[in-house]
Design a binder for this molecule. Structure first.
Ligand code: GLP
Length: 242
C-alpha cells in the first residue's frame, strides 16, 4: 500500500488523474472501475477537462462498484445516471462499453451474478477507483461483509441510508438494498486507487492503514490488495499515529 497525504485535495486529485491518464496511454481500452459518491467527482471533472484539452478516453471500458436496488437507470440518484453524466457522456464513451448492474431488475440476485460474470468476461478490472463510507464500507459492503464476498444483493445499514440521504429529498426515498461488488471481487482488481477527504473518513483511514484487518471495517480488507494507492487529505489522515 502506498499512501499519499496532502493538504491540498486539488493536488491529490491531479495525481490520481495522472494515474488514470498513464493507464489509458499504455492501454487505451483498459477496464476502469468507477466509484460513485461525492469524493471522486473532482477526479472525473479533472479528467473531463483533460479530454477537452485532447486526452482520448473514449476507448476505455467502464464498470462500477454498485447500484441501488429499485432505481431505474434514469433516476437522478441511480449510479447508472451518475456514471452516464460524470463519465460516459463527457468522455465520449459508448454506453455499450459500460458494464453496470441492473438495479431495477426483477431478480436483483440474478442481476448481481450477471454483473460479476460480465466483469470476469472482460478479464477483470485494470484500475478500480474507490471511496469509503463513513462506516468503513467499500462499494456497499457494509460492516460484517466477508472478505471473500462476491457481487450480490445487500441490505443497507441505517447509517449508510442516513449518510446518503443528502442526495434524496427524504430519508424514506433512500433505497434499502443495493447490488454491490463483493470485497473478494474488489480485491481482484489489478490496481486500486482510494480517495478519502475530510475528518468523517479519518476512522476508516486509520483502520485501513494502521488497524487489524477485520470484516467490521470493510475497508481494512484492502490491506490485502496487491497494488493499492491511497490519497488522503490531512483531515482524513488525522487518526494516523505513525
Ligand atoms: C456510497 C458508495 C460508496 C462510496 C461512499 C462514500 O455509499 N456506495 O462506493 O465510497 O458512498 O461516498 P462519498 O464519497 O460521497 O462520501
Amino acid at each position: 500500500m502506498r499512501i499519499t497525504i496532502g493538504s491540498d485535495p486539488t493536488r491529490l486529485i491531479d495525481q490520481a488523474a495522472d494515474a488514470v491518464e498513464a493507464l489509458v496511454r499504455a492501454t487505451p481500452d483498459a477496464v476502469l472501475g468507477i466509484a460513485t459518491g461525492s469524493t471522486p467527482e473532482p477526479l472525473y471533472a479533472e479528467l473531463t477537462s483533460r479530454v477537452q484539452r485532447g486526452l482520448d478516453l473514449s476507448r476505455l471500458r467502464i464498470t462500477c462498484l454498485d447500484e441501488y436496488v429499485g432505481l431505474s437507470a434514469d433516476h437522478p440518484q441511480s449510479y447508472r445516471h451518475y456514471i452516464r453524466t460524470h463519465v460516459l457522456e463527457p468522455w465520449g464513451i459508448d454506453s455499450a462499453t459500460a458494464v453496470l448492474p441492473a438495479g431495477d431488475a426483477a431478480d436483483p440476485d440474478a442481476a448481481a451474478r450477471d454483473f460479476e460474470r460480465r466483469i470476469r468476461d472482460w478479464g477483470g478490472v485494470d484500475l478500480q477507483i474507490l471511496g469509503v463510507g463513513p462506516n468503513g464500507h467499500i462499494a456497499f459492503n457494509e460492516p460484517g461483509s466477508s472478505f471473500d464476498s462476491r457481487t450480490r444483493a445487500v441490505e443497507l445499514t441505517a447509517s449508510t441510508r442516513q449518510a446518503n440521504a443528502r442526495f434524496f429529498e427524504h430519508l424514506d426515498e433512500v433505497p434499502t438494498r443495493a447490488i454491490s461488488q463483493g470485497i473478494g471481487t474488489i480485491l481482484e482488481s489489478r490496481h486500486a486507487l482510494l480517495l478519502a477527504f475530510g475528518e468523517g473518513k479519518a476512522p476508516a483511514i486509520g483502520a485501513l492503514v494502521e488497524g487489524t484487518a477485520s470484516p467490521e471495517v470493510p475497508v481494512s480488507a484492502l490491506q490485502r490488495h496487491a497494488d493499492l494507492d491511497v490519497y488522503v487529505d490531512d483531515a482524513a489522515a488525522s487518526h494516523l499515529q505513525r
